[in-house]
Design a protein around this ligand. Sequence first.
Ligand SMILES: Cc1cc2nc3c(=O)[nH]c(=O)nc-3n(C[C@H](O)[C@H](O)[C@H](O)COP(=O)(O)OP(=O)(O)OC[C@H]3O[C@@H](n4cnc5c(N)ncnc54)[C@H](O)[C@@H]3O)c2cc1C
Length: 395
Amino acid sequence: MNELNTDIVIVGGGIAGLWMLNSLSQQGYDVILLEADKLGSGQSVRSQGIIHGGMKYALNGVLSQASDAIKDMPARWRKCLAGEGDIDLSGVTQLSAAHYLWSQRSLGAKITSFFAKKSMSGRVDNVDKADYPTVFSHSGFKGNLYKLNEIVLDIPTVLKKLAAPYQSRILQIDTSKCEWQQQGQQINALYDPQQDLRINAQRFIFAAGQGNAAILESLNITQPQMQSRPLHMLAVTHNTPLPIYAHCIGASSKPLVTITHHINQNGSYTWYLGGDIAESGVERGTQQQIDTGKALIKDLLPWVTLENPSWQAIRIDRAEPKQSSLSRPDCAFMHCADNHFVCWPTKLALAPDLSDKVIDALKSQNVIAQFTADKQLLDNLQHSSTSMLAWEAAK
Ligand SMILES: Cc1cc2nc3c(=O)[nH]c(=O)nc-3n(C[C@H](O)[C@H](O)[C@H](O)COP(=O)(O)OP(=O)(O)OC[C@H]3O[C@@H](n4cnc5c(N)ncnc54)[C@H](O)[C@@H]3O)c2cc1C
């Protein structure tokens, strides 16, 4: 039998697992990450790549705990992108240096004065007409436009950059096809019968997104529980080079639609639509959802014509710790018991925050680096590569 001895096993190679692989390795731990499929193939490559600073959660004119917990994230990611942060993300593709908020008509006095408040300074700015992005520089646009201190990233390039230094430590293993060796809730090892491989570790971290529920069930662990929030996203692929990175706000505190613009490998472009249309669209079938998306774009941006548009509807669930009445969790989530951790970042932007929480917990448990996994054996095992963008992978 092949045997690997390591300090920490991370299950799941989305943004959460890959960020932890980097930060825990930097702390001196020997770390192995297990990914069932391609890296990021769950929620991460289906996300819109917005590094939120919390403004989306303050659209009702109140700075909630959610908007407070996340406010430091854009600056932290920017440092990483500049190669000056705790993780080196230099070379990652930044799709936009800012995200915008737009309204169809003039915004009410309440929200306008809220944005003008001192506490909002640096987080949201008015935009002069001369500086409007091209998509809004049209006489047909009559609403307000604000610039948010949020960046938008090309997520496959983020995942590739995070994976690159540790490629030999990222193993293509689906734990649902393996056997856990445990005593009560103490996990000793994972055995993969296909490769006759046993992996022993001091700690096991479950960062498998939607997969966490099945992992906990197979271990007979009942807490924490997971909730899934289904979404029905839309992607329209076309040939018009017209970037848009914006939430459109209507009467409610939820954006009617959030649109991000992506560049595909074949040179075409995709507008990816989330926000309320993706939440309310869960009940709609594919064609109905596509028709709703077409009508919404026509209504909100009537002056825009996309050349050669091709629409796709994409279903994906957000995986999160269970909340009362399916509300959104406020910050990155980590639960530790015995020698395992269960994690959901809840937002891609919060992956660094999640890593900090795990490092603090390992330190408080006095977990010290003890093992070095057999390098030759690691090199000989099968490794995972990075997933493409969801709409490209689906073609
Ligand atoms: C449509 C959508 C848009 C979003 N937009 C944004 C945004 O703009 N900004 C933002 O901050 N957040 C956004 N989010 C939230 C964000 O994408 C997620 O919080 C984040 O990507 C979760 O990362 P993760 O690593 O926990 O999970 P995932 O990315 O889902 O990764 C989990 C990985 O675990 C693997 N896995 C599962 N089970 C097993 C197993 N048994 N063994 C081995 N591997 C396993 C899966 O294959 C997968 O690769 C969005 C989410 C969705 C769904």
